[in-house]
Design a protein around this ligand. Sequence first.
Ligand code: NAP
Length: 547
Amino acid sequence: MSASAELAERPRTSRGSDFDAIIIGAGISGMFMLYRLRELGIKARVFEAGADLGGTWYWNRYPGARFDSESWTYGYSFSKELMQEWDWKEHFSPQPDTLEYLNYVAQKFDLRRDMQFGSTVTSAHWDDAANQWTVTLENGEQARSRLLFTAIGILSAYTLPAIPGRDSFRGPAYHPARWPHTPVDFSGKRVGIIGTGATAIQAIPEIARQAKHLTVFQRRPNWAAPLHNAKIGQAEMQEIKSRYEEIYAHCAKTASWFIHEADRRKTLDVPPEEREAFWEKLYAEPGFGIWMGNFRDILIDEKANAAISEFIAKKIRQRVKDPKVADKLIPKDHGFGTRRVPLESGYFEAYNRDNVTLVDTINDEPIECITPKGVQTRAREYEFDILVYATGFDGVTGAFDRIDIRGMDGMHLKDAWTDGPRTYLGMLAEGFPNLLMVLGPHTARGNIPQAIEHSVEFQAGILRFMQEHNYTRVETRPEHVAEWTQIVIKASEPLLSSKVDSWQTGVNRNVEGRTVRRVLGYNGNGVHFRRKTDEVAKGGYQEFLFR
Ligand code: NAP
């Protein structure tokens, strides 16, 4: 039976809707939202663009793709049974294992039966009279629901480079977020990669090991620090399992919900030798400690930031043999930690290989165009067999922009957010009743799966409240949206990262109009965010309007 015939045959629920709820996206957010909705007796349908579930971990299959957060803090924590059943194989899980994990979760909780794959949502329109959403898919199929959940991720709207001739290249060209499902064979191939963000930093050492030659086109370099991944043995996994409760309770009490916690000291209050020893220790440890477990002022104080940046620059100079190449790899336009810090495994050493060339496209050889044979810079044409466009995403709001979302009076969400998102807690937008966003803009993020769980739990609380009071409609109150937007903006003001262009500040020069920085997340303390949501729940959700 075709998907549309199936829809047509499906009995409508009360109020003429096809479903009580529609969830867009079958990634970590959509999967858990579905699970909670079912528990509440809410009949939900998930529409997923991909041919299967997994979201980020379904799409990003490029070589080297893995968590750079500790696996045992990056899974679901809602089911103790699941936590005890699943063995993480590595401290920083590679993409195939993570996808296997998500499939295991889907199977354990029988999630697939409410998911419809290959179903890209193109529009979602609010019908005020009917008190419901009408969702339209790419193939024209429509479905109606009282509630609509966006579970569309913050890094799902991938962007190709806006370089002339981009589509003229004769060989295969891949964006890592649309990587083929069968491994790409780089052996004996001349490969060019554009971009040096977190994705490229993971992919470059892997591709370099296989390719005949790899040419890296770097616009702005990024700071990066070692991941120090390792396998997890059975005994160690047992020990982790015995501490899960403690680990997740600890994360909930840290600013970004990771295991890492900032050191209370200020950088320049610490004698230089002691400071250096502390940084050496962090640099030798796995994970984000060097970024999040550092002195508390490195991300807000210029001098402190300059000091840690110099330490990391020294490390790059030590690791890269050619001083000229090392110098090109050291960022000069922003300090350490002010863009998302990629964690790497042999990234800098890749440039010591004879088969890797770094092209600085800002200072030496700007890219002029893509040609049928490869890349033309101001100096020469580089010929390739394969091109990789590791050029990132239209972060956070990009995925919303790609859906025609209209609320009250036909208001377009994109227009409502022209000057930046306006939400309450990053979960509901003004003028868009019954639209709940998991991981929406202006919410607290940090450790993403934990942020997702927190967001879903809070929203499940709202739904429970609605059921108890027979409400069918929830909206934000404008004064609280205004207040929350100000809180979010204020929270990001002291951060040095707010002055730096990146996907996190909403800048993407491959997308028209994405040249002005915006605040896209709540960058305050995650503990405060939890406290705030707890207070709202305890206070009976007075910040929302129910009908
Ligand atoms: P990104 O950090 O935005 O990097 C994109 C890269 O492409 C940048 O180096 C950018 O240069 C370059 N670029 C873009 N357009 C270009 C053009 N037209 N010409 C030349 N260069 C161009 O994107 P990403 O590497 O995909 O990472 C995005 C985020 O995904 C990360 O920050 C992270 O949050 C997440 N991620 C996570 C993991 C993980 O968990 N392990 C792994 C990968 C990614 P400029 O800097 O000059 O713009």
